[in-house]
Design a protein around this ligand. Structure first.
Ligand SMILES: CC(C)(COP(=O)(O)OP(=O)(O)OC[C@H]1O[C@@H](n2cnc3c(N)ncnc32)[C@H](O)[C@@H]1OP(=O)(O)O)[C@@H](O)C(=O)NCCC(=O)NCCS
Length: 162
């Protein structure tokens, strides 16, 4: 089994749209009120514009020449304000691996690639937001040395206060 990580380029939008189901299906099952079923054509257009963005980078993982996973990362910039200093960081936005190829180090390789790119650009911070239900990606991030930074709470406004 030969694993290879390559930068995604314009023309890969359909491949990315197909790989996306490995994360979208999970999101849809867990939070159907938030996520919606996707259409390949609409997704391909969305990835096409992401691939052309100067602040996005995407990678595709291949095994024996077949695409089996991907990662997208977005460069963020926050200007200084009265409360916080200016900062730049790369955010891992999406990552998914075909279930058949999980636990073989593919997500690790994709994340390492994104971190190398951040370093090459002189960006010192890489972040990722995960849903609370997603213990799998949280474990992957911990194994790669990421630590929890903020915790987001939610509650239905219609529920009675306790
Ligand atoms: C989360 C996901 C990307 C992990 O991909 P993967 O290729 O199986 O992960 P890797 O094999 O590179 O694992 C990296 C490390 O995390 C560990 N790990 C991976 N999945 C794990 C799990 N479910 N439970 C515990 N540890 C896990 C591995 O053992 C490995 O540890 P090591 O390097 O110390 O040996 C994959 O399960 C997936 O696609 N899930 C659905 C999509 C998703 O949830 N995406 C994130 C939301 S945006």
């Amino acid at each position: 089994m030969t694993q290879f990580i390559r930068a995604a380029i314009v023309g890969d939008e359909e491949v990315l749209a197909r790989l996306n189901r490995f994360v979208q299906d999970l999101h849809l099952v867990q939070r159907p009120e938030h996520f919606k079923p996707t259409q390949i054509r609409e997704l391909a257009e969305w990835y096409d514009s992401l691939l052309q963005s100067s602040t996005a980078r995407l990678w595709i993982a291949e095994v024996d020449g077949q695409p089996v996973g991907y990662l997208s990362a977005i460069l963020h910039h926050h200007q200084e304000n009265p409360f916080a200093r200016a900062r730049d960081w790369w955010e891992i936005d999406q990552i998914a691996v075909d279930p058949t190829y999980r636990r073989k180090g593919i997500a690790r390789s994709l994340i390492v690639e994104a971190m190398n790119e951040a370093r090459a650009q002189g960006i010192h911070q890489v972040e990722a937001v995960t849903w609370s239900f997603n213990g799998d990606i949280q474990e992957v991030l911990r194994r790669l040395g990421f630590v929890s930074k903020t915790i987001r709470f939610e509650r239905k406004a219609s529920a009675l206060p306790c």
